[in-house]
Design a protein around this ligand. Sequence first.
Ligand SMILES: [Zn+2]
Length: 365
Amino acid sequence: MTSSFKVIAETEPGGRRAQLHLPHQTVQTPVFMPVGTAGTVKAVPQDTLESLGAEIILGNTYHLYLRPGHETIHRLGGLHRFISWPHGLLTDSGGFQVFSLSGLRKVSDEGVRFRSHLDGSSHFFTPEHSMDVQIALGADIAMAFDECTEYPADRSRAEESLRLTMAWARRSLDHFRAHRSQVVWRDEFEGRTQSLFGIVQGGMYSDLRRECAARLVEMDFDGYAIGGLSVGEPRALTLEMIAEVLPLLPADKPRYVMGVGYPDEIEQYARLGVDMMDCVLPTRAARHGLLFTSEGRLNIKAKRYAEDQSAPDPACNCPVCRRYTRAYLRHLMQAGEPLSGTLNTIHNLAYYFAVMQRVRQSLNP
Ligand SMILES: [Zn+2]
C-alpha cells in the first residue's frame, strides 16, 4: 500500500475534487505545492507554511543530493525529519534540474553525466541511482527519472527524448518496486511506503504525448505527471498539451502538471481536472518584489507605493496583508532587508492557496 486517491466530486469539463491519502498527510486536491528546493521553501519557516495551510511541499533531488547529500539525510532519519516537516513531501527525479542548471551534461542510454553547479565536480545519474537517492530522501511521492525535452525541439529530437524517457520510466519503476520498502519511516506507517509517479513527455507533439501517456499507463504507476511544459512555449500550446493528455490518464489516479504557473493558469488547469501543480513562480517572484493580488500583479518596488498605507492586497486575509502596508513592504525591499523576501513570499503563497481553496469549494458536492 502506497497512497490512495479518492474522488469526491466531479464537474464538466473534467474538474474534480479529491483527497490524496499519503503516509504523512491527507492532501485536499486540487492542490498547489510550494517548491522547497534545498529543504526549505525559501524565506518561509515550516510553522508558517503550516499556518498558511500547506499540506505538501517539494524537495529537489538534484540540490539535496549535492548538498547535504542523500546519505546524510537518510542517516538523519529522512527528509521529513531532517527539515521537520511531518506532512506531505514530493521529490522530483533530478532530471529537470540537470536539464536546466547543468551547463555540461552528456546524455546516453545509460543515464546523464553532469557537473555540479556548486563545485564543478562530475556526477552520473541513472534511473536506478535517482530512485536510490529518492528512496533515501524518503518523500511520500517520488518521480520517475525522465529526460525533459527543450522548447523548441524538432520532431527527431522529441522522438529521441521520448525513447529515453520511456526506457528510463521502466527502469525507474522496476528499481523502485524492488527497493521502496527500504524507506526509513516505513515501520511508523504500518508498512505503507512511497509512491512513484510516471512523467509524460513528448515535447509539443500531440501524438508523441499520447503515445507516451498510453505506455506509462500500461506500466501502472501510482500517479501521472505531465512534464516538459512551461519551458518557453506559448501558453496556448501548454493548454493544448494538457488537454490532449488528461483524458488518457486513469481517472482513479492523481494527475500532476509540473512547473505551472500563474494564478489564472493554475485555476484553469485545476478546472480541467489537474489535481496537483507546483511552481517556483510565487516564491521566486516574491523575492524580486512581484506580488500577485486580486487587483493583478503589483511591483512593490514602484515609487508610487512609497507612502501607500493600504494593505498589499486589500482583499487578502493573509497575516502580511492584515498587518503591514505597501509602504513598509516597499521600504524593506529598498533597504535589502531579509524580512522583505519572507513577507512577500508569505503573501504570494497565501494568494495561491486562496485560489486553490476557491476552486476546491466550487468543486465541492
Ligand atoms: Zn496577503
